[in-house]
Design a protein around this ligand. Structure first.
Ligand code: GSH
Length: 231
């Protein structure tokens, strides 16, 4: 392990055997499958390949909301993808998401199965398919899209940035933790200020922007308030 203060990046970077950290066993610098494995397919129109992480849960919550609202076409089979075991690098999963990350959806409701990956794209695909959890006033659509994409763009600062360096990196790097802690606090303040005057992200309507933000971002509120209670 190098001294972070004295590290000079090489001209040509190469992967070391293991760089340590919680996810060292699944991190690699190339894409594509590592092994052949077909994905299971059930009887319902929607096949969800996922895991109960913040990104995964966003889609499951929307599917359950759709079913609760009476959209029977949202029946789905949920298949567990164990990312710690490398299931996301199986050939069948890579066919559904070339980026090897959960969640991924196979929509088999039409003549030809359609793959959808990236949690935001899946939320939008399903909301548009069922015309639900979108703003009823089309003038609010840009606001909904703005917050949805804000969440998708912000999440890497939270999980991949702050969360990674605070919890998973093999050693604590003050610069990285300071940088991402500051950015996460700023992002939560963006939410605080907006929600001070709005019940939901798009005013008084519950949309997929709320589903993405609550499950993908606002769990950081819980961490923040736990820390405040403990301090
Ligand atoms: N931008 C993607 C992020 C998905 C993502 O980061 N998924 C993580 C779990 S939350 C994953 O599959 N990690 C496995 C890996 O990186 O190999 C989305 O929103 O769907």
């Amino acid at each position: 392990m190098n001294d972070p203060a004295s590290y000079t990046p090489p001209k040509v970077w190469k992967q070391e055997e293991s760089n340590g950290g919680r996810f060292a066993n699944i991190n690699r610098p190339i894409a594509g499958p590592t092994h052949d494995k077909e994905l299971p397919v059930g009887k319902h129109p929607l096949q969800l390949y996922s895991l109960a992480t913040p990104n995964g849960v966003k889609v499951t919550v929307l599917l359950e909301e759709l079913l609760a609202a009476g959209h029977s076409g949202a029946e789905y089979d949920a298949w567990l993808i164990k990312i710690g075991d490398g299931d996301q690098f199986g050939s069948g999963f890579v066919d559904v998401n070339p980026n090897s990350k959960i969640p991924a959806l196979l929509d088999r409701s039409g003549d030809t199965p359609v793959r959808v990956f990236e949690s935001g794209a899946i939320l939008l695909h399903l909301a548009e398919k069922f015309n639900a959890f979108l703003p009823t006033d089309s003038g609010k659509r840009p606001e909904m899209l703005s917050w949805l994409f804000w969440q998708m763009g912000s999440a890497p600062y939270l999980g991949g940035g702050f969360g990674h360096f605070y919890s998973y990196a093999p050693h604590k790097i003050k610069y990285a933790i300071d940088r991402f802690a500051m950015e996460v606090k700023r992002q939560l303040d963006v939410l605080d200020r907006h929600l001070a005057n709005n019940e939901y992200m798009c005013g008084d309507e519950y949309t997929i922007a709320d589903i993405a933000i609550w499950h993908g971002t606002a769990h950081w509120y819980k961490i923040k308030s736990m820390r405040q209670r403990n301090s």
